[in-house]
Design a protein. Structure first.
Length: 302
């Protein structure tokens, strides 16, 4: 199958390589000519621009968009809507908000262009291990794309599937990332408690290795944690600054809208936000209040 790939960031480039390894022809385009050249060197078919890429695809065309969510994806999908033809297929494999995907699907359907939203998980390891693909869209269209999904997934019959109508793929990926926030926070707090227990001189890397085999908490996330701690157990040179891509926030907002209690995911998100605060004002005010009612001492900043 020949497919167009728009966006050759780390994941887009890796997905392109995996598709090529699986026997597919991939026509690539990117705002960075060097990224296009690197993919061509690995077997992709290069194009000068979007129009050139579309011109190299057989009808009905299949184009996978793998660029940042928000305005970049909005602009690209809108451009494709006026460039592609009826029965063509656009796949959004980025981290778009599911509400945007529903809206884009409706806009494209009015032009008889099919839209498939794919929540993609696997990170930088997907090239070798495969990607978990949560797919939203028309069942018949997804079936046509089966060879692509079978190639990108860990196994042809594992790690991918249609989860529902357009928008559902990105919705499920949003919840996936919210769960991920909670799991990461739990590991971080557990290891922090052990690190603080200086009486036992615990080695975080050794403990992570023990937990990797037979324990209830064994997981790929633990494997990655063990790998990181094997090289640096104290993390002295790491800044306690944790960004968020937005999907954790969307998960919390969705939980509120649906009246579903999600305290763990919510607190994990708040901890990420807290990690980015420099000398939190709220904590300073707490210190002042304790001093006001109890005469407790206030520690001055250096």
């Amino acid at each position: 199958m020949r497919i167009g790939m728009i966006g050759l960031g780390k994941m887009g480039a890796n997905m392109t390589q995996r598709l090529i390894r699986g026997g597919h022809e991939v026509v690539v385009t990117d705002v960075n000519p060097q990224a296009v050249k690197m993919s061509v060197d690995l077997g992709a078919i290069g194009s000068h621009d979007l129009v050139d890429m579309i011109g190299q695809l057989p009808s009905p065309r299949v184009v996978w968009v793998m660029i940042p969510a928000g305005e970049p994806t909005e602009t690209m999908v809108t451009t494709l809507a006026y460039t592609m033809s009826a029965d063509d297929i656009i796949i959004d494999g980025g981290n778009s908000n599911y509400k945007d995907s529903v809206r884009r699907g409706e806009m494209l359907a009015a032009k008889d262009i099919h839209f498939v939203d794919v929540g993609t998980s696997g990170g930088v390891w997907g090239l070798d291990n495969g990607y978990s693909l949560m797919i939203g869209g028309d069942e018949a269209i997804i079936e046509k794309l089966r060879p692509i999904f079978e190639t990108l997934a860990p196994e042809p019959n594992l790690g991918w599937g249609r989860v529902g109508a357009v928008g559902s793929g990105h919705f499920v990926k949003m919840i996936h990332n919210g769960i991920e926030y909670g799991m990461m926070q739990a590991f971080a707090e557990g290891f922090a408690i052990m690190q603080a227990k200086t009486d036992f001189d615990l080695n975080m890397g050794d403990i992570a290795k023990i937990w990797q085999h037979g324990s209830v908490v064994r997981s790929w996330l633990l494997d990655l944690t063990a790998e990181a701690l094997a090289h640096d157990t104290t993390l002295d040179d790491i800044a306690a600054f944790v960004p968020d891509s937005g999907e954790g926030r969307w998960t919390v907002f969705e939980a509120i809208d649906l009246n579903v209690s999600a305290p763990i995911i919510t607190l994990a998100l708040e901890r990420r936000i807290r990690s980015r605060e420099n000398a939190p004002y709220a904590d300073k005010l707490l210190s002042v209040m304790r001093n006001q009612f109890g005469g407790h001492s206030i520690k001055k900043s250096d």
